[in-house]
Design a protein around this ligand. Structure first.
Ligand code: PMP
Length: 382
């Protein structure tokens, strides 16, 4: 019998119900999920190798292939958030002593460099200030100089709100016998590509699409050393996701309800169609640009061609404290607007327009909140 005096009392916080304010999540993620996705995440559990669940996994795989516009066999969801997919890419594609070239123009290149180092790789960087992107000649110079086995680029740099052009980058990498790993969405000759669930897919964070090309797959199969992570070993994940001939083995328990959620998020995208989704995001972000400029504010990314449609960075004007404004928006409008990261902390706001949230009414709501927050921060009454 347990000695009662050694048992800590039950925490009173768990005896109350959870608090769920309704918020409009217009930061760089998570974005709001539609009822359909939320309802799916509340459905009964199935076993992680049950026929019905495998069917759902297969549907998710087809959805990811559509999302990434790829036929890659090795297309899976990594169990975990975007960082898990990043870790999976790093530990599968790099062996100790190999050189990786990392494009650093914001937070994500720096993070990936850290992961690559932890896997024993030699990290070389090409760098640009936040808000700028790499040209083909910047990239070629780096490839020539460092002869990496892998190049990492962030397509949608959410910290600097830039869209890295990818046209021609894959071809260039392959000319220098280097694989191309991209954080984000579709473009040609990408060898490894991942994304998160909680952004444009409007699903809960927890299962992250990752796809490897034939070249990337061969690199993993021909490794001299074992993938350092058991959990993220693509040989195992590909089997669990039915990407090889063999019967599916138990590797780990899939995050069942996260997979239901991403299944419905992908279904939403499939119904809308990629092209109309892109058009809709563009329409909404243009409304945002116009509104922001009408408020006398300036966009952070100067070159319109490399502005990221899903996350927009706006400069905080002199004399205004960014946090006063974003706190005001949350308190009075229940609207989330995020601040900057790294050397842009305190200098920019980041406004996300993603998936289900990409609706003109939501953009108008953010603009109203921002206007009121600015007036308040400047000491003017509304
Ligand atoms: N890469 C990029 C470009 C991101 O914006 C994020 C999320 N902010 C991540 C990776 C990491 O994803 P997560 O927070 O889901 O782990």
């Amino acid at each position: 019998k347990a000695n009662m005096s050694t048992i800590s009392p039950p925490p009173a916080s768990l005896l109350k119900s959870m608090s769920f304010p309704q918020k409009l999540l217009m930061g760089p993620g998570p974005s709001n999920a539609p009822p359909r996705v939320l309802n799916a995440s509340a459905l009964p559990l199935l076993g992680h190798l049950h026929t019905e669940f495998i069917q759902i996994m297969d549907e998710v795989k087809e959805g990811i292939q559509y999302l990434f516009q790829t036929k890659n066999e090795w297309t899976v969801c990594v169990s975990g958030t975007g960082h898990a997919a990043m870790e999976a890419a790093a530990c599968n594609l790099l062996e100790p002593g190999e050189t990786v070239l990392v494009g650093c123009n914001g937070l994500w290149g720096t993070r990936f460099s850290d992961m690559a180092e932890r896997n024993g790789a030699v990290v070389q960087k090409i760098s640009k200030p936040m808000g700028q992107v790499f040209s083909l000649s910047d990239i070629e110079e780096g490839l020539k100089q460092h002869k990496p086995v892998l190049l990492f680029l962030t397509h949608g740099e959410s910290s600097g709100s830039t869209l890295q052009p990818l046209e021609g980058v894959g071809k260039l990498c392959h000319k220098y016998n280097c694989l191309l790993l991209v954080d984000s969405v579709a473009a040609c000759e990408i060898d490894a590509l991942y994304t998160g669930a909680q952004k444009v897919l409007s699903a809960p964070p927890g299962a992250s699409p990752l796809s490897f090309s034939q070249r990337a797959k061969e690199k993993v199969i021909n490794r001299k050393t074992k993938v350092r992570s058991y959990y993220f070993d693509m040989n195992e994940l590909a089997n669990y996701w039915g990407c090889d001939q063999g019967p599916r083995r138990y590797h780990h328990t899939g995050p069942i309800t996260s997979i239901y959620g991403i299944r419905e998020g992908l279904a939403r995208l499939v119904e809308e169609g990629l092209e109309s989704s892109w058009k809709n995001h563009k329409k909404c972000v243009e409304l945002l640009y116009e509104g922001v400029q009408n408020l006398g504010l300036e966009l952070f990314v100067q070159d319109p061609a490399v502005r990221l449609p899903c996350v927009t960075a706006v400069k905080v004007p002199p004399g205004v404290n960014w946090k006063d404004v974003s706190d005001y928006c949350m308190k009075n409008y229940r609207v989330e607007i995020s601040g900057g990261l790294g050397d842009q902390a305190g200098k920019i706001w980041r406004i996300g327009i993603m998936g289900y949230n990409a609706q003109p009414d939501n953009v108008r709501m953010v603009l109203r909140a921002l206007e009121a927050g600015l007036k308040n921060a400047r000491g003017q009454s509304e």
